[in-house]
Design a protein around this ligand. Sequence first.
Ligand code: F6R
Length: 248
Amino acid sequence: LPVTVYPDQQIASVEVARRIATLIKSKQQQNENAVLGLATGVTPIKVYAELVRLHRDEGLSFKNVITFNLDEYYPMKPDAVQSYVTFMNENLFDHIDIDKANVHIPDGTLDVDAVAAFCLNYEKQIEELGGLDLQILGIGRTGHIGFNEPGSAPNSGTRLVTLDDLTRSDASRDFGGKENVPTKAITMGIGTIFKAREIILMAWNQKKAPIIKKAVEGEISGEVPATYLQLSDHVEFILDEDAASELT
Ligand code: F6R
């Protein structure tokens, strides 16, 4: 499993943003769309900040970019402060020239009866666009990617899932208490993520060191969903020195 360690998260984030920009520009030259899988959370914030800077200062255009976010809490209103729609707008979409019609984020407002059809259509939309060119991932302390918690199947698709207790604890600050964190989410599956032509998992800080050790060096198991990435030949882990500090 290829692992690249950078001195700090700022340098690593600029490198990831540079790769995304290179993909977007090469697609532009071929008159094609770049189809990106995006993550929320604190991990990719500096990547998005650098993409905004590249747009503002260096004229990088997102007119040919189509995005699919990994996940959204369920239930969740798009205009709530904690929604991943709000997160993406504030950190990226409101500051670039992407066509909002090209932005896809799982819908946290659906009736429960409508969720399965929505999820199938999410997969279909990705497929019809030729699949994800690049999927960006963070990792949760449970070993989740997207919100694929322990127990997730390697061939899982987009679906409604129950959040792990530790994941809800980690989100409690954003919601002013764990009791306010939704118990469920809609997430792309492990299988959905695997189909991306390139996968980059990022992790920063000491807090992530134990789970990074398990993900990279541990036995492949549904108990740590990120270990499934060991089976992929198109994944790279990009870490800062702290997140890499327990690797042998
Ligand atoms: C977010 C997502 C999650 C996060 C993970 C790490 O869209 O899919 O898997 O990447 O929970 O979160 P942070 O980056 O906040 O540590």
